[in-house]
Design a protein. Sequence first.
Length: 435
Amino acid sequence: MFFNRCGQTRSNPSRSRPHAMEVNTEVEEEPPSQAIDYTIALPLTAARPLTNRPSIKPVPNYPVSFRRKFLKIYYPDISDRQWNNWQWQIANRVCKPSQLKRFLTLSSEENAAMAGLATRLPLAITPYYLSLLVGHDMDYPLRKSVVPTINEFVQMPEEADDPLNEDHQSPVPGLVHRYPDRVLFLLLDFCSTYCRYCTRSRVVGHGRLHFNRKRLEQAMEYIRRTPTVRDVLLSGGDPLTLGDSRLDWLLTRLRQIKHVEIIRIGTKIPAVLPQRVTSQLVRMLKRHHPLWMSLHFTHPDECTPEASQACQRLADAGIPLGSQTVLLKNINDSVETMNSLVHRLLRMRVRPYYLYQCDPISGSSHFRTTVDKGLEIIQRLRGFTSGYAVPTYVIDAPGGGGKIPLMPEYRQGRDGCDLVLRNYEGKTYRYPDSV
Ligand code: SF4
């Protein structure tokens, strides 16, 4: 399994240090997190003397007025500039129950989960995302998505750590090749905020899958040797928690592979850490078109002015934006919530792309809804609102069968040469299907 191999690599301390001929040029650009070894050896051609480098100055260009009250109470000594610095946000993530209790009164289920905090997935929430939770009750949907509860420890028979069988479709560490023309490239296992329902909770946040040159070169060599791969999806962990130079280096290398037509980045950054979307980042990303982004929005309350600004920047850089949303019990499993989410996404220039049935990962039963619930939501969207607002509802087939789309049944059958159809209002129509 790829992450075990990465674990072995990490256990050798000599490997976690840069090679003597390799230079790390962007120390100050990286999030100062203790949770991950960010050591990467950049090629010498990408290296510049540290002394000549312009220092990266965060620009406080995200409005803080919406967070003023929160900042006054919880971060009275923090300047707007610090708050808008994505590295400050990562360095000050709330990762311990004792820290979380400063902001939230924990329920008995939350307290019980954190008593030993032996959850599969660590706790981490950016101060920005916490500012969205404070002031709401214990049943607030966004809170359920990031604060662990004792339910995570309930293992149902149908659940598995790797239900999609990614580890067995991984020809080299950190690369999943399931579909003929595209690969999933896992760059690291770090996220700024951990979602409790994460499909890759067996990997993310464990500090074992690093942005490590040797592993990345191996994955890129596989892509180079496989000319059928025309689409590379960068994921993890969250690729946008990497500094600009590292992303630039990787994107440049991928762009040198002639048969790679498009590159996609999967990220939750605009929802949990919009400050990361700086003008420097989008300027760099623009150099690597055609580049697409799959964002991860779960609930309409994530569509804040800051998230909207981040999406606008990405869209202005010519990056097509789609959202992948997981259907989650008591978080977004109502027509009203989903309707509000898809409309807000469109206003932020994000196309609702997929609605995922929650994967049967270990400890996920409290998040999973029935498939009928998902179909009901799609049925109540399709026809009642813009087609662009209606995502494709899919089940990622357990065992590694890939995404299978599900649609409410609009085809009623045949009557002679006629196809009998039902429209969104339930009225019956016929199509002469005789040719
Ligand atoms: S951002 Fe994505 S990879 Fe990270 S915890 Fe959430 S779902 Fe998992």
